[in-house]
Design a protein around this ligand. Structure first.
Ligand SMILES: [Zn+2]
Length: 236
């Protein structure tokens, strides 16, 4: 963080061109016994378990950026480790939240967590005040635009393999859609901690998979992670 950087000074240090971010080359990840980290950006997890605390990362920044409000109808496209926390954060603002996804097993889990969830096709023809796109797929992005209400917000969060997004610019203009990009997060950890406490029971769906560190290479190689929302790697 720099005193001379306009982004840092405005509090949007996630957009700082000089930001250092764990596990983003050339910065190593934090999977080690000790890491040196600036105190101003270090937060105590207090009473949260490590499994709960690790959910802080994607929680709530997108929702704050999208300026949603009480009673808004929200659609989250994607029901993974990005979509679900976004749904919880949106719900905490008194909104009506729906989730769209393509995997029936995942939809079942999401419903168990107390959300309305359905195949993407179910939402065709509907319009929401804000749509959070969390898959990064071209289909998801197209749906996000189509499902955004005139004058509403389309928030692009998921990063896909392709850097090119196909949006209909004429539709964006004539319907006054506000398309915003969400990159990482800033100033959210205390709020995320509060949200995790509030939704502690429902967030247990994230903890369905746990493996010891020794099994991690095989787990990654065989892509078993695709079956779980989030996998906890245990060090002991
Ligand atoms: Zn900066």
């Amino acid at each position: 963080m720099s005193d001379h950087c306009q982004y840092c000074r405005r509090g949007v240090y996630n957009l700082c061109p000089d930001v250092k971010f764990f596990a983003t080359p050339p910065i190593d990840g934090a999977l080690q016994e000790y890491v040196l980290h600036p105190a101003a950006f270090t937060f105590s997890v207090d009473d949260l378990s490590p499994e709960e605390a690790c959910l802080s990362e994607p929680l709530s920044y997108a929702v704050r950026q999208a300026e949603i409000a009480l009673g808004h109808e929200i659609l989250v496209i994607g029901a993974g480790p990005l979509g679900l926390p976004t749904a919880f954060a949106a719900e905490s603002q008194g909104t009506i939240v729906g989730l769209a996804y393509i995997n029936p097993e995942r939809l079942k889990v999401v419903r168990q967590a107390g959300f309305d969830a359905a195949f993407s096709s179910y939402y065709e023809g509907k319009h929401c005040d804000a749509v959070f796109e969390c898959t990064g797929t071209s289909g998801g992005i197209r749906s996000a635009q189509n499902l955004g209400r005139t004058g509403g917000i389309v928030a692009l969060i998921g990063m896909g393999q392709s850097a090119t997004m196909h949006l209909d610019s004429l539709d964006i203009i004539v319907r006054g859609l506000r398309v915003i990009g969400i990159f990482r997060y800033a100033n959210i950890y205390p709020m995320a901690r509060t949200l995790i406490r509030r939704y502690r029971e429902r967030l247990r769906i994230f903890q369905s998979s746990r493996i010891p560190l020794s099994e991690l290479p095989h787990f990654l190689k065989t892509k078993q992670y695709v079956h779980y929302i989030k996998t906890i790697v245990s060090l002991n």
